[in-house]
Structures are given as C-alpha cells and as structure tokens.
Design a protein around this ligand. Structure first.
Ligand SMILES: Cc1ncccc1N[C@@H](C)c1ccc2c(c1)OCCO2
Length: 114
C-alpha cells in the first residue's frame, strides 16, 4: 500500500507518544537498572562487552534535543537498552529479570498505540 505521507502533525503525534512512553518506562518499578548510564568503573567488563550503551536518561536527552526522527528511531534506542541488558546479565538475575519485565511492558504499551 502507498506509504502514508509524514506531516508535521504526524511528527508531533510521534513526539508526544515518545514522551508518554518514556515517562511510563521511567515510572515503572523495575526501571531502576536503566534510569541512568551504567558507570563502567563500577561494572567491570561493561565497556568492553556493550558497544552501544543506552539508558532512559540518555533517551530523554536525545528526545529533548530532537534527535529522534520518528517513533521507530525512538523504539530502536529503547530496545537497545533491553538488548544490552540481555547481553550482559544472566536471565536469572535481578537485573536480567528486570530487563525482561521492562521489555514486556514496553512492547505491550507501544503496540497499543498502533
Ligand atoms: C543495566 C545494567 N546492566 C548491567 C550492569 C549494571 C546495569 N545497571 C547499573 C545502573 C547498575 C545496576 C545495579 C548495580 C550497579 C549498577 O552497580 C553495582 C550495584 O548494583
């Protein structure tokens, strides 16, 4: 089917949706490992293993500086948070479990927007 033209209104709607989704992620009780950048000095090996670190505060900064083209590019960064978490943390660990719960929550919320 023909691609829907992106009007300024569409972009503003995407921006509002990103802001809403991010605030829900930040308010989630399992968000604690993801709220700010992982300090590689307190997490040995993190900088070597995780090539593209990402966290909710960095996403908020990028959103504020208008660095996301649309909802898709925003979702890519949110998924990067969860993919990094799965790569570095055992599934059966506090942080690993929090990551799975947050990913499930996020997938449910953004698909409800479609
Ligand atoms: C998402 C993630 N993946 C792997 C490692 C850490 C983290 N999160 C940091 C904030 C973090 C979460 C929990 C911590 C910690 C740092 O430093 C030591 C005490 O417990």
């Amino acid at each position: 089917c023909a691609k829907k033209a992106k009007t300024p209104k569409d972009s503003n709607n995407d921006l509002a949706a990103c802001r809403m989704l991010l605030s829900e992620l930040e308010a989630h009780q399992d968000a604690w490992p993801f709220l700010s950048p992982v300090r590689h000095k307190s997490v040995p090996g993190y900088r070597k293993v995780i090539k593209k670190p990402m966290d909710f505060s960095t996403i908020k900064e990028k959103l504020t500086n208008n660095l996301y083209l649309n909802l898709e590019t925003f979702i890519i960064d949110v998924n990067l948070v969860f993919d990094n978490c799965q790569k570095f943390n055992e599934d059966d660990s506090e942080i690993g479990r929090a990551g799975h719960r947050m990913r499930r929550f996020f997938d449910k919320r953004w698909t409800e927007l479609l």
